[in-house]
Design a protein around this ligand. Structure first.
Ligand SMILES: *Cc1c(COP(=O)(O)O)cnc(C)c1O
Length: 387
């Protein structure tokens, strides 16, 4: 039996063969610990890490010293939010974030609330974008951090980072952005966007799982941070633990490929998405979630009225690998907090599909899946499996 077509690129992506090829020597021949300074095994690993660090820094217009490697974006978000809270609580205990953030931002914020911090969860407009005026009004004298994601993992919406950075900068509040879905897919520039901390991960952009980074601004301003993992003092003491050379090399290769192919690939994925939407919207009572254009090129998120969401996913799962909402919230049975923040009913939030179109998807797949979704939706409506 053939495997289903993969349309879940916001959950994870396969490692690109070119990335794997770059990683392989660092598992076997060049296996040294980058911290070993007394022999060539250490030196060659250290040299590879340095090159990778430089490539990742360049991709976001930062400097190599501003990159702290972590196990992924979850850890980078935890380090950024808890680390800033711990380093700046003398100046205030108020944090601003958004209702549609990933759990890896919301849960550290909840954790800090239990420790006596106050968190404002900004709502979003019906298109998923925050209201900049509301952000401005939420900033208080004791606000120390604003955390707004670059690209949403469910509805793909791209928040106006440069405008947010401008507001934060004017109020001298640190600006953190979770860019797990954005790195090497849309242009990111920490200078132009005035971003002080940014979370990255490799596995959403055809790199390996288990590696990511936190960008940490060193000048204008120099961001202080409290380490959340203590030990051997790697990464300037900010994140201890032996550096995972193969993953770091793969991360950099994945980012370099993503940047090199960004222009052509985003155009291609945008066309695939528009094609899929033009097929799907032929049926009635189906809605596009999130801003129609200010979104990741490969993201389409739609809600189906008068369809049972789990019946729809069940009927599709032999043919296409999809999810409703995020991979993480699929584990529990609550409706997507992102779709609820858009103002959906629980019923409609459940009856939603997230299409994550990626590098290896083709037009044939789009047409096949589009037709299947339509016919499944229609037959479910006909058989009144609704309620
Ligand atoms: C996937 C994702 C994360 C988690 O990243 P990991 O590297 O898997 O820990 C965090 N935020 C967003 C927006 C994501 O899409």
């Amino acid at each position: 039996m053939s495997r289903p077509i993969y349309f879940d690129c916001h959950a994870t992506t396969p490692v690109d063969q070119r990335v794997l090829d770059a990683m392989l020597p660092y598992f076997t021949q060049c296996f040294g610990n980058p911290s070993s300074i007394t022999h060539v095994y250490g030196w060659e690993a250290e040299a590879a890490v340095k090159l990778a660090r430089t490539a990742i820094a360049e991709a976001i217009n930062g400097t190599p010293e501003e990159i702290v490697f972590t196990s992924g974006a979850t850890e980078a978000n935890n380090l950024a939010i808890k680390g800033v809270a711990e380093a700046y609580f003398n100046q205030g205990k108020h944090i601003i974030t958004v209702q549609t953030e990933h759990r890896a931002v919301l849960d550290p914020c909840k954790y800090l609330e239990n420790l006596g911090f106050e968190v404002t969860y900004l709502p979003v407009q019906p298109d998923g974008l925050i209201d900049l005026q509301q952000l401005q009004q939420a900033i208080r004298p004791d606000t120390i951090l604003v955390s707004v994601m670059a690209a949403n993992n469910e509805i793909g919406v791209l928040q106006p980072l440069a405008e947010i950075g401008e507001i934060c900068h004017a109020h001298q509040v640190l600006f953190h952005s979770d860019a797990a879905q954005a790195i090497a897919k849309i242009p990111l520039d920490v200078q132009q966007m005035k971003i002080d901390l940014m979370s990255l991960t490799a596995h959403k952009v055809y790199g390996p799982k288990g590696i990511g980074a936190l960008y940490l601004r060193r000048r204008h301003p120099r961001v202080k941070i409290a380490a959340q993992i203590q030990g051997g003092g790697q990464e300037r003491g900010i994140r201890s633990g032996t550096l995972v050379t193969p993953q770091i090399v793969g991360f950099a290769k994945a980012v370099e490929l993503g940047i090199a192919e960004m222009a052509s690939e985003s155009q291609r994925q945008f066309q695939l998405r528009e094609q899929l939407w033009s097929i799907l919207k032929k049926i009635d009572k189906i809605y596009l979630n999130g801003h129609p254009l200010q979104r990741l090129p490969g993201n389409l998120n739609v809600s189906f009225e008068e369809v049972d969401g789990s019946a729809l996913l069940l009927a599709l799962q032999q043919t296409v690998a999809l999810s409703s909402g995020s991979a993480c919230s699929a584990i529990n049975t609550t409706p997507s907090h992102v779709l609820m923040a858009l103002g959906h009913s629980e019923q409609l939030a459940y009856a939603s599909l997230r299409f994550g179109i990626g590098r290896f998807n083709t037009l044939e797949e789009i047409e096949q899946v589009g037709k299947l979704v339509i016919s499944t939706c229609q037959s479910l409506r006909r058989s009144k499996q609704y309620f």
